[in-house]
Design a protein. Structure first.
Length: 76
């Protein structure tokens, strides 16, 4: 489920615009964000093994939230 999450974020433009050196930190912090704040999404990915429209919507919302937090951190 973590690999799916990382691939989904990259494929759907959530890392676009970040410099390559920041991507490792993005991945680590994103996974931590999902493990602590969105663990239910990881469980659904693991159990369903399919990204339906509802799950994609939840993923997009959570990734947007994380991206806002990550961008704010990058500007410090």
């Amino acid at each position: 489920e973590k690999q799916i999450l990382v691939i989904y974020a990259a494929k759907n433009g959530f890392v676009d615009g970040f410099p390559q050196p920041a991507l490792r930190r993005y991945e680590e912090e994103m996974l931590g964000f999902f493990e602590t704040r969105q663990a239910d999404i990881l469980s659904v990915i693991r159990d369903k093994k399919n990204l339906d429209d509802d799950l994609k919507g939840r993923l997009n919302k959570a990734l947007e939230e994380f991206k806002g937090m990550f961008v704010a951190e990058e500007k410090k």
